[in-house]
Structures are given as structure tokens and as C-alpha cells.
Design a protein around this ligand. Sequence first.
Ligand code: PRX
Length: 655
Amino acid sequence: MSEQTIESILHEQRTFPPAANFAANAHIKSMADYKALCDRAAKDPEGFWGELAETELDWFQKWENVLDWQPPVAKWFEGGKTNVSYNCLDRHLTTWRKNKAALIWEGEPGDSRTLTYAQLHREVCQMANVIKQFGVKKGDVVGIYMPMIPEAAIAMLACARIGAVHSVVFGGFSAEALRDRLNAAEAKLVITADGGFRKDKVITLKDQVDKALADDAAPSVENVLVVRRIEKDTHMEEGRDHWWHEVRQGISAHCPAEPMDSEDILFILYTSGSTGKPKGVVHTTAGYNLYAHVTTKWTFDLKDTDIFWCTADVGWITGHSYIVYGPLSNGATTVMYEGVPRPSNPGCFWDVVEQYGVTIFYTAPTAIRAFIKAGDKHPNARDLSSLRILGTVGEPINPKAWMWYYQVIGGERCPVVDTWWQTETGGFMITPLPGATPTKPGSATLPFPGIQADVLDLDGNEIPANQGGYLVVKHPWPGMMRTVYGDFNRFRRSYWEHIAPKDGQYFYFAGDGARKDEDGYFWIMGRVDDVINVSGHRLGTMEIESALVSHPAVAEAAVVGKPDEIKGESIVAFVMLEEDYEAGDDLDKALKQHVVEEIGAIARPGEIRFSDDLPKTRSGKIMRRILRSLAAGEEISGDTSTLQDRSVLDKLRER
Ligand code: PRX
């Protein structure tokens, strides 16, 4: 976060209590209600979550034990059997919701589709049967690499239905990144599309899949299921690749949901950490389902009349929990949009809100800042009166952007819910409840009922109000990740031992700094590890560095984030070249393109600075703190006594 943002947040005093008429109709109507829920959950967490599991989910077999906690291993609802696809679809079919719109989809070229619960169920069953025909069994991993089309959600639900584990890879990732993720999870099947539409361009996803699988580089993959989207000639490998519209012919739309154990894996989702290798975050069936369900219901005060739109991509956790699983488990109408705002169409989001009468809108600060820049005329020219709640996620929101969102988009009528959470947490952790919590611009406010969050120092001691520290969670919750796929030690090390366990008490820590104010409100200060947040996308600096050094010209690279007015942070790479190479525009371009090929366009460095040397400690560690200051054009403050060669600083500054 920039100094300016921190400064404005530190002095933010405004509060916005919920309007009386909103509160009166909300699921959670007052701070007294909120506190009663928190007290109940603190005194009897198992009773609290057990009761919710009973009332909010359907079960084939009831659990025996709500929680078994052997830190850091949590088992929720053991002995129980349920199915997420059943909770998202089948149970609504016996109610009036059968013919309610489950999914409203708006395509980038302007095409659209609405699927009722009955229709979505049919599609999911058919795809589940096709997946089974490829020999995929319970516990097998299926890679999903899709544009934002209904089949992305259908594929996820189809996997969940038969107990296959899905691993969705964001469609903007490169062939290289896709291959790594398919190999790490040993995916047996890949579900993809010939392509999709992104920012006025056609992206040919299937070509990337072909590249990822070329030369048997992902040997576990036996079949590829391809959805037709762009109507272009597409190479289909005989025996391996199958068109969805062809293989579904004659396939039954009857496929009972497989009873799954509560702790069976539902999905893996790879995310960046502070090392070069992305982590496969593992979420399991019942706990995740319950947590996505309850957080959607309470934080968005979800009602049957709502049209709920989360603008994320299904390739990220936000899309998993708040486009697919949370809304559908609640029987809501969820909107999926293939487009993203771009200079040629800065009002496209507001068109969607107006056209479908969206009532709950959930997006990222980076998008809000881009809208501010594009001008009020775009939202002002549309009818946004259907909106009743606005949400934000992904990065700290500066008070100026919060106020604009509240005033210009929400007409000072809609509560703004700033939701802090992570891939690892499965759902919201710190968030207002819109009928109860007075909001403060820039603060994610208070923990969700049942979540014991705090700000501590490295030894597990509480930090006084208004001082920065590490944001931790002190008690397990149903939506928490269970492990890093294939690497339990990494899970323990990265999340549960960073803050020293104290008297048998373990603290979950996943990389954010925060402060609590005198009212106990949380103000997220951003990552404190080597993870940067570019336009709400989480990227490990070491991943980008590894991509750079895999280019023959690069001897060494160090990547840092630099404050950016729109994106939150932009990527600056300091690069030392091998002897035979010369710095210049061509190499600058080539290296940026190389990162795009290795990871994807989201990781393209905004700036490359060529350098003969990098600031290192005497033990050879790159001093990123110094590089961050240099990138931001700030004076270098703090201790530089451990620097091996002080003249490096002057050289880097001269540039
Ligand atoms: O730094 C925090 C930031 O996003 C990180 C999690 O990224 P990811 O796992 O990709 O999930 C993004 C969507 C949940 C966090 O460690 N972050 C997320 N939400 C907020 C946030 N920072 C500040 N305020 C938020 N509301």
C-alpha cells in the first residue's frame, strides 16, 4: 500500500451505520444480533457450526463429530456424507426454485444464456456422465481451463457430483503455468474450450492446452474435453481430444450425486506463496460448502429475490465461492459475465447491472479505481437503482475509492461490504454484515461470526490498538484449507508456525499485516511476505524471478511491487544480465514477453531495470526492502549496515 493510502486510512473517521429500513429486513439486523452470534460461537463453536450445518445443508448421513482439531489438522463433520453438487442443485428441484434462474450468463460479444436450476442440473448430470466415461473416478483430479462461460461452472459441479477433484486453472495463465499445475495435481482429464473472448480479443485456449501437453509433458492427462465457443478451426488430437457437443450425444442426463465423506477433497486451487512454486490449496466437501453458503447468505444478506453478481473469474477462489458454490447452495440467481471493462467499453459493467437488475454487486478495488478514472458519466447514464449491496475484495480499498463506490454506484443507499479473505480461508473472514455493522471506509470491519481474528506480534502477543502487526486466526473454521496438496509440511510451516504456537494455541497466519483500531475494527495493511497484489491478483515475486532467470540473457533477477494508482501495485523487475547480452529496448520487450509465456499476462512486469549488481546482505540475500524503495523512487530509509557493497545503491539510484 502507498504511504498516501496508509496516511488517509490512519485518519479515516467516518462511519456509516446501516439504514433502519435495510436493517429491519436483514438476516442479521443489529450489532446486538451480531454480538450474540459471536458470543455463541466463542462459547460453543461446535454447537454453533453444527446447528448451521444441520439447518443450511442437506446430508445423506449426519456427522458424528463436528470438529476434530489436532493442530494444524482440522476435520469437520466427520462421519457425515453429503455432496456439494446436490446441495447446489438437486435440493432446489423439489421446491419452487426448480424453474428459477440459477445462472444468468452474459458473453463478451453480447450473447447470453439463462439456465434454470432444472436446466443447470441437466447439464451438470450429462457432463458428469461424460467425465465418468473417460474413466475418471472418485478422487481423480480434473483440470479445468476455461473462459467465463456456463460450462466452467457446469464442469466444476459435474466433478463435485461424482467426487472427482477439480483444479481450475485461470484461463489467463500460460501453457507453461497450466502444465506445471496439471503435473503437480496429476490431472487425468482436462476440460477446456476452443477459446474465449477477452478485452476485444479472441483467446485460443485449446492451443495453450496443446502446448502444455505437447511431447507428453503432462503424462497423467489421458483425455481433453473441449467446449466449442469461438467457432474457429481447432486442432483435435485423435483419441485424446473430444468435442463436448459431440460426446454428449445420447448421454443420459440422470446421474445421482455421489455420497461424499465430509473431508473428501472437493478441489485444489493453486495460489502464489513466497517461494517459486505455487501452492495447491486443498478444500474439502462439507466444511467448505457450509462456509461458502453461510458467508454468502449473511454478508450479502441474500434473499430469493436477489440477482447476485460477482465479477471475478472462476479461475480464482472468489469465483469458486461467490459465483458458483455460495450462491447456488443458497438457491440464488448468480450472474456470470465473460467481459472485463476496457477503454473501448468503460460502461459494460453498468450495462449488465441495468439489463439484469443486479441487486448485489461484488468487485475489486482495482476495477473501482479504473471506473473512477473513466468518469462518472458512465454509471450516471445507467439505471443502477436495482442495487442494494456493494462488495469489494482482493486488496485494501482506499477511502477515496470506497466513498466513490458508495456515492456514485450505490447512491448512498447501499451498504459497502469490504470482505477480507484468501484462497486459503475458503470464504469471508473479516467483513461487515450489511444490516448490522456500521462501516468505515477502508476497513474490512469485524470478524465473521465464529471467526477469532486478531493482530499479534511474532511471539503471539497482542498488539495494542492502532499499531501494525500480523493478522491471525486463532480457532479453526469450516472453510479453512486442509493442506497443501502433496506437501503437508509446507502447509504446517507456511501457515501454522510463522507465529510461534503458544501454550498449545496455534495461530493461522497467511501473510497479511493489519491493525485494529479502538473499536476493534480491522484495517488490512497488505502482504508482509514476498507476495504482491497486482490488480487484485496475487503473485509471488519468486515465481516471476524464476520466470526471468529461465531466459538465457538473465543472470539474476529481483522483483518487487511498486505502488500503482489503479492496480494497487505494479511489477518492477531488477535484472542482471549474462555477459554477452546488452540492455536495451529489444531485450526489455523480450523479457516481458518471456514472463507472459512462462506465467501469463497478469505477471508481465510493468518495468524492467537493468543493473550490474543487486543490493545484497553479506550472506548473499537480496535486500528487497531497498529495491522497493528504489522502485517507488523513495529515499532509502532504515538500516543499510548489513549491505555487502554500499556503492550498489548509488549505481542503482543513478538510473
Ligand atoms: O493480501 C490480502 C488480499 O488478497 C490476499 C489473498 O489473495 P487471494 O488468495 O488471491 O484471494 C483473493 C480474494 C479473496 C490477502 O492475503 N486481500 C483480499 N481481500 C482483501 C485483501 N486485502 C485487503 N482488503 C481486502 N478486502
